[in-house]
Design a protein around this ligand. Structure first.
Ligand code: F6R
Length: 613
């Protein structure tokens, strides 16, 4: 997600230089535009890299304090006008923000009536206008900031500056991280410690609902209701690289560990559980066409394609719409038959995968309604599709896709409820009761994923045990059939061993010939409608002396008697099980590759964004 950095000091340091260096160490988070503000020199913003920002800054750019930002677009394209910092109408209040203001439309409408004019599409811009409004009445920056924050709903990590009190900066946290850096005659605010570490190792991590004030001489923290908070500073001994990884050894592990937050972010503001409804702003413009579509084609590559395969099961079972899923690289070169009643859904984390993009263009040429499930806002696929749903998973740095896949699945569940509720239950659509059940189960997923993540040491132990093998087969059925593909894909791409994903029922039609005591199987065998069939397939493998690891449902006391090793996940609805089951498979691949001493985040021969054929 976005990165924010703020500085105030009395040691004669040039705030412009301090802030630019800070932005450089936040670059790893991924961003599409950058900006900086000091009360002395005003703001400079640009789409693109920090290097572009540096070029745009005049030699005279100066300041003793200031705020800076790297933006990862969520509302509005990555353009100069949408880049942060954003200002109030009178240019007195400036803000940088990481997160999403969910009620920005209501707040904006109210402010417009009060005479405010907005210059960007960003949700953030309401914040400085709100503070301006309260400042007019209270004449107190701190009070005005608190009042504004109390009106805002959503997630934020922010830094606010007022031209009238230039050496004071206010920070606040709700859902998006904020850390304060406590130096000698200088203080800092940042999204993570990496830009602070060159200046001081003494930091304070804010918690949700807390507001902090920094000046060159000190800091104070309160809650949103202005009650005082006392927090002891901690000394961190991470180096800059460790700080970027949040203290984890690799980005891949950090991104897997973000799973619970990622699900929350994908669902945020979209799931109206009590009504069994889903609100997807990005599909509003095509809602009428979607109510009439008769067929869906999903195009994607790699892990995104696997998300599509799971989506096929969900959409057919709960929305009653026929779905086909294709590798984008195949779809674009054949002669598919589409019409206006066909929706072509492209799934892509980067939004730049060339094959997926070309499949979208081919779908458009053939008259289909094109939709995107995309993580990178403003990316080419997001722009070229007729409508879509953003995942809001934040930037993924590690080459192997982990958290993006989780968010794609959560987005597909939302889409399933949306399309299912558009149709009558008797005609394949979804009843309110079913929608409510799914919505409630969805809300429990973040805690359940966290529970799985808490068992990572056990997964590590099993991964280490098997790290010497050359081959692996992953098997599953129904919703977990594509999960088997993902287990294999993740393992092969970062550990370079031969791994295959297969339907458990297909083993006897060929692959079982490979099984012997040296060829292990990873069986995804939750207690669902195909449990007994899966167990029979495992018996067949055990009869050929094949070692088996089972991924089973907590409380299954039988499976352990049959297999060599078991990992457990909490139970959930059958359609949601892949979202849980994928997590231990990602961790298994991670620890397996780590044990082999491989470069987990940058596997050989692979690129993060595949913009070539
Ligand atoms: C797997 C992986 C790739 C991508 C694929 C599609 O871990 O990272 O298979 O899933 O290249 O990329 P996007 O989603 O950016 O279109």
């Amino acid at each position: 997600m976005c990165g924010i950095f703020a500085y105030t000091g009395k040691n004669g340091k040039d705030a412009g230089g301090v802030l630019l260096d800070g932005l450089l160490s936040l670059e790893y988070r991924g961003y599409d535009s950058a900006g900086i503000y000091t009360p002395e020199s005003g703001s400079i913003k640009t789409p693109g890299a920090v290097a572009e920002l540096r070029k745009k800054m005049p030699a005279s750019f100066t300041g003793k304090s200031g705020i800076a930002h790297l933006r990862w677009a969520t509302h509005g394209e990555p353009t100069e006008k949408n880049a942060h910092p954003h200002a109030s109408g009178d240019g007195e209040i400036w803000v940088v923000h990481n997160g999403i203001i969910e009620n920005f439309k209501e707040l904006k409408a109210k402010l417009v009536v009060q005479g405010h004019t907005f210059l960007s599409d960003s949700d953030t811009e309401v914040l400085p206008h709100l503070v301006e409004e309260h400042l007019k009445k209270t004449k107190d920056f701190e009070k005005a900031a608190l009042m504004a924050l109390n009106e805002v709903r959503g997630t934020y990590g922010i830094a606010l500056q007022y031209k009238g009190e230039p050496d004071k900066i206010i920070a606040a946290r709700m859902g998006s991280p904020i850390v304060l850096g406590l130096g000698d005659g200088e203080h800092f605010i940042a999204s993570d410690p990496s830009p602070i570490l060159p200046h001081t190792k003494k930091v304070v991590f804010l918690e949700d609902g807390e507001v902090a004030i920094i000046t060159p001489d000190g800091h104070s923290i309160t809650k949103l209701d202005a009650t005082k908070v006392n927090r002891i500073a901690t000394e961190i001994d991470w180096n800059a690289e460790e700080a970027q990884k949040g203290g984890y050894e690799h980005f891949m592990l950090k991104e897997i560990m973000e799973g619970p937050d990622v699900i929350e972010n994908t669902l945020r503001g979209r799931l109206i559980a009590e009504k069994g409804m889903v609100k997807l702003g990005g599909l509003e413009s095509v809602a009428t066409e979607l109510a009439q579509i008769e067929r869906i084609i999903i195009v994607a590559c790699g892990s995104a394609h696997i998300a599509g395969l799971i989506g096929e099961y969900m959409l057919e079972e709960f929305a009653g719409i026929p779905v086909e899923v294709e590798h984008a690289s195949e779809f674009r070169y054949r002669s598919p038959v589409l019409n206006q009643r066909t929706a072509l859904i492209a799934i892509s984390q980067s939004g730049e995968t060339l094959d997926t993009l070309e499949a979208v263009r081919e779908g458009k040429r053939r008259g289909a309604l094109t939709l995107g499930i995309v993580n990178a806002v403003g990316s080419t696929i997001a722009r070229e599709t007729d409508a879509g749903v953003y995942n809001h998973a934040g930037p993924e740095v590690s080459v192997a896709s982990t958290k993006a896949l989780i968010s794609e699945l959560a987005a597909l569940v939302l889409l399933t409820i949306f399309l299912g509720r558009q149709r009558l239950p008797g005609q394949g659509g979804m009843s309110e009761k079913t929608a409510k059940e799914i919505a409630l189960a969805l809300k429990e997923l973040p805690n359940k994923v966290q529970h799985i993540l808490d068992t990572k040491q056990k997964i590590e132990k099993i991964a280490k045990k098997y790290a010497g093998v050359r081959d692996f087969i992953f098997i599953g059925r129904k919703y977990n059939y594509p999960v088997a593909f993902e287990g294999a894909l993740k393992l092969k791409e970062i550990s370079y061993i031969h791994a295959e994903g297969y339907g458990a029922g297909e083993m006897k039609h060929g692959p079982i010939a490979m099984i012997d005591e040296h060829f292990p199987t990873f069986a995804i065998v939750p207690q669902d409608s195909v449990y007994e069939k899966n167990v029979s397939n495992i018996h067949e493998i055990k009869a050929r002396k094949g070692p088996v690891i089972a991924l089973a449902t907590e409380g299954d006391t039988e499976i352990g008697k049959l297999v060599n090793d078991v990992l457990f996940v909490p139970s959930t609805l059958e359609m949601l099980a892949p979202i849980l089951n994928i997590v231990p498979l990602q961790l298994f691949a991670y620890y397996f590759a780590k044990e082999k001493g491989l470069n987990v985040d940058r596997p050989r021969n692979l690129a993060k964004s595949v913009t070539v054929e």
